[in-house]
Design a protein around this ligand. Structure first.
Ligand code: FAD
Length: 536
């Protein structure tokens, strides 16, 4: 009989090999009665700073007799989950390969599922393969040479390739497990299957992405880089063809639009082609950098440098009821670095990443403020894009018009005066930084909320408002400022066969939820269409 058991504690110095012993003691059974034990979750409980420990949830197998004797006691819950119903392909002939646009998590996972079911997808990616892309991104970070077609937002693996590879999600969907298992099969560390805050790190993620691409190809899919979707043709409410790089036309009956939140030219093309897009709230703000040791001490107290804990993180929210706004920390990267994430010339955009080891010694996080369609100050579906661009261009100017990012000490930001220097050991943004006043490239309501939020967060995390902490602006690409509206069958409203998916479509936020959305859309295609020899 199989059961789940929660809340098993292990000290920071105790090996996980002690788990079976702890379980037997808790259940008052002999070691022989514990037939099997699998860790489902491992979390750090740091609520009491003088007693930080690990908490485990496990699935165990017990002999029938033991199971019956202790079922319902000691917090044991029987495992009753049924296996997922198999996916039954539909009957409508697809005629052509399904086309997947974008190789971020949404596109990759949609393509992989379709490939596994024999649909031999054609994957189009505007940027380069991950190795060439890495060289291009480094060229920007070192030599200020931005390629608008291949950068931190565009290219194989999508926006998360140069990230912390945090795999936390708030969605509760059975497909999440499939995503984790796929990552592990593609080379991610196995611990992501059970850690409560799993992460891969940019170094391992790059290899994982490449392995998923190769698997798609092995299964009969085709992956084309430097292949930008430039048009979609439709007739009588259904897609007929896609255009690549402004010249090649490919017939299509199912097209997954997994374009991410930064494909502004593609958004414009969709509007021109009659797709229904609407404004959507997002968030903007700045990156904040602290010494990692400061965060470790605030979160772990006397255990700050305990080898089994690693670099500490945080997640904070400040709500101002009067202003009806929220500010929150977002995409926190322990032991990471702030990265230049622009995708358009003459703009500055920040984001954060880290390597698997998270050992840079610097903690960074976005501190972002909610931005609502009313703040965009214009009508039309792409008003949010215009709004983002305006502040990104201002940041470029305040930074010195050479891709340096404007930076400011927290103390100066709160005092409303420009910084004339910052702690260079803390400011990790490349290619360079310019001490300045960030108020010059942030909307007033964002600056005001950031000031209040930093003061509030200082009460929640000791020294969060550390005077020499570095703020780098501007962080605008937190999520899409627009939604490509779709119907209950995941088709773009009014245009059958086009399936908007992932973050750019406005239906996901983060690596895991984007991947899950890609799977959802691929399932909808499989359930509707029949694959066939003709899908070439
Ligand atoms: P994307 O990943 O944006 O992929 C879209 C793809 O489509 C891109 O590869 C792009 O080149 C391609 N494309 C766009 N237009 C076209 C076109 N016309 N033709 C062909 N191809 C096109 N999330 C987390 O959960 N954890 C993190 O730690 C994390 N860190 C991040 C760090 C950074 C620096 C960034 C930028 C993002 C981070 N995110 C993180 C967010 C996460 O990356 C996104 O939520 C996720 O990648 C969205 O997936 P997606 O597939 O919807 O879109």
């Amino acid at each position: 009989m199989r059961f789940r058991l929660h809340n098993i504690r292990l000290g920071l110095d105790e090996e996980s090999s002690l788990l079976p012993q702890k379980i037997c003691r808790k259940l008052r059974i002999s070691p022989e009665e514990l037939l099997n034990c699998q860790v489902l979750k491992k979390a750090v409980d740091a609520r009491k700073k003088d007693n930080i420990h690990f908490v485990y949830s496990v699935e165990i197998e017990l002999p029938e007799k033991t199971g019956r004797r202790i079922a319902g006691k000691h917090g044991l819950t029987p495992v009753t989950e049924q296996p997922n119903a198999p996916l039954v392909p539909g009957n409508i002939p697809l005629g052509y390969r399904p086309v997947i646009v974008g190789t971020g998590p949404a596109g990759l996972f949609a393509a992989l599922l379709l490939a596994e079911y024999g649909y031999r997808p054609l994957v189009l990616e505007r940027g380069y393969d991950v190795e060439t892309r890495t060289a291009k991104v480094l060229d920007f970070w070192e030599n200020r040479a931005l390629d608008p077609e291949c950068n931190v937002q565009f290219g194989e693996g999508g926006a998360g390739t140069f990230s912390d590879g945090k795999l936390t999600t708030r969605i509760n969907d059975p497909r999440v497990t499939r995503v984790f298992e796929t990552f592990v099969a593609a080379g991610a560390p196995e611990e992501i299957l059970y850690l409560s805050k799993p992460h891969i790190g940019t170094d391992k993620l790059r290899a994982v992405v490449k392995n998923i691409r190769n698997r798609i190809i092995e299964l009969g899919g085709q992956v084309r880089f430097q292949a930008k979707l430039t048009n979609i043709f439709h007739q009588h409410g259904a897609v007929t063809e896609v255009e690549v790089n402004g010249k090649e036309r490919i017939p299509a009956r199912a097209v997954v639009l997994a374009i991410g939140h930064s494909a502004r030219d593609t958004y414009r093309m969709l509007v021109e082609q009659g797709f229904y897009l609407e404004q959507k709230a997002f968030a903007m703000g700045v990156r904040i950098e602290h010494p990692q040791q400061l965060i470790n001490e605030a979160q772990y107290g006397k255990y700050a440098n305990h080898p089994s804990l690693g670099a500490a993180d945080y997640q904070l929210v400040y709500k101002n009821k009067e202003l009806d706004r929220a500010a929150y920390t977002f995409c926190m990267c322990p032991g990471g670095q702030v990265v230049a994430a622009a995708s358009e010339k003459d703009t500055v955009v920040t984001n954060g990443m880290s390597y698997f080891a998270r050992n840079s010694g610097i903690a960074n996080s976005a501190v972002a403020v909610s931005v609502l369609p009313d703040d965009f100050g214009a009508k039309g579906p792409l008003a949010g894009v215009q709004f983002q661009r305006k502040w990104e261009m201002l940041a470029f100017q305040v930074g010195g018009k050479n891709y340096n990012a404007p930076v400011q000490r927290v103390e100066d930001f709160l005092a409303g005066r420009a910084s004339d220097n910052v702690d260079l050991d803390l400011a990790s943004y490349r290619p360079g930084i310019t001490p300045a006043d960030l108020h010059g490239c942030l909307p007033e309501f964002v600056s005001e909320m950031l000031e209040m939020a930093i003061e509030d967060f200082d009460k929640k995390i000791r020294n969060f408002g550390y005077s020499d902490a570095v703020l780098t602006g501007v962080e605008t690409r937190t999520s899409a400022p627009v939604r490509i509206v779709r119907d209950e069958e995941y088709n773009a409203v009014g245009i059958a066969g086009v399936y908007p998916a992932g973050e750019g479509a406005g239906y996901a936020g983060g690596i895991i939820s984007a991947a899950v959305d890609g799977l959802r859309v691929a399932e909808a295609i499989i359930k509707k269409y029949r694959k066939g020899e003709e899908t070439d």
